[in-house]
Design a protein around this ligand. Sequence first.
Ligand code: GLC
Length: 448
Amino acid sequence: MNSRPLLLAKIMTKQELLQTARETLEANWRAPGFSVPSGRLYPFQWNWDSGFTSIGNAHINPQRALREMETLFTGQWANGMVPHIIFHSEKETTYFPNFDFWDTTVNAGAPQRPKTSGITQPAVHGFVLEHLLNTFPDDAATIATVKALFPRVVNSHRFLYIYRDPEREGLMFMYHPWETGRDNSPLWDASMDRIVIDKGTLPAYTRQDTKIAAADERPTADQYDRYVHQLELGKRNGYDGPGIFAESEILIQDTLMNALLIKSNASLIRIGQRFGFDVGELEEWQQQSTRAFQQKLWHEELQTFVPYDVRAGAQIAEREIGSFTALSAGIASDKQAKILNDYLQSLHDRGFYLCPSFDPDSPHFDSRRYWRGPIWPHMNWLIHDGLKNYGFGKMAEVVRNDAIHLIREFGFYEYFDCQKNTAPDLTQGYGGDQFSWTAACLIDLIET
Ligand code: GLC
């Protein structure tokens, strides 16, 4: 049955959309001062989600935007790492892997409280702080928080340059797909397949995500075993030991993780210059990273940026959304930026919503499953920012409008189908609902 008439009745005005976004952020706010990504599916604080949520909250509740960043950094480790999850509540049992499974006591520098996971996520905090500062350039509370967090954010970058770049190339590696924020992207398939699972040594576990979201929108059971295998590898090595680099089958210099690190470096340099902090170390990292990104991650044949598989000693030859974050970080040359813009234009002309998280022409593409094709609003926020900075206003508007349209039509979901021709049969988005960064990015995309 075609549900279109029903949908039309629900279509919201801009004011109603903004109101629902505000209510979503309000409903997801928790003590001691952070937003859950989505109350049922993700009941704790997630690292890069918090960054994007702050950007949206800055428009409606600036105090919360600052507080969210401060709360996140209460979970920072002595080695500088900002974990990917902060478990502010130890009573919540509806999530796997919970804090006890991570068992961060294996590292003496992990905080006793709050409990955390043992891996990290993309380094968004530098550019988030700059965004807050640009929104309120003369506000005393904003300036005080930014100054207090500045050395901590620099230290989180130092962690990546020391522990995740042992050969001092300027590119950090990840060893767990959850670190990239793009958990089950086909990018990681080949290295995931190299892992040999010994069921006898893998600890018993029960997934919780498939009880809440549809199984065909989530990673498969085999993938999940491998996620747990990588978690155990980290744990055995205290989550920062050299054994990770020596042993892991997954060892990848990701586009998005390195691009956002570079974007945040640039923000920190500007913030540091404004407040008189020493930025020499940041400038050295920045020069080396930008050069290495260009030299190692541009794929000549595909004409796109791709991650580098360190273990295989080769680029991962796939078209994927991480490439476009090089625009937001200002890494792409004008020529490369035009190529990326033209590619998005061609997807748009072919009737796709922008921006699919994976190449629609690849056999690995799956329009429903998580990071294998669907659209993620915070990625549209990043790509909109990048296209605008390179002067591609027309495509930036398409990226912005597609995100707003999908949310308006299908709700405040985690991710959305990118195929316009399947849209008439859909009544909602995919994954978790009442999603914080969906609401936050919508607010910023509408308000700026
Ligand atoms: C999923 C996403 C990740 C996000 C988390 C919480 O794991 O892949 O990017 O941080 O959910 O929303």
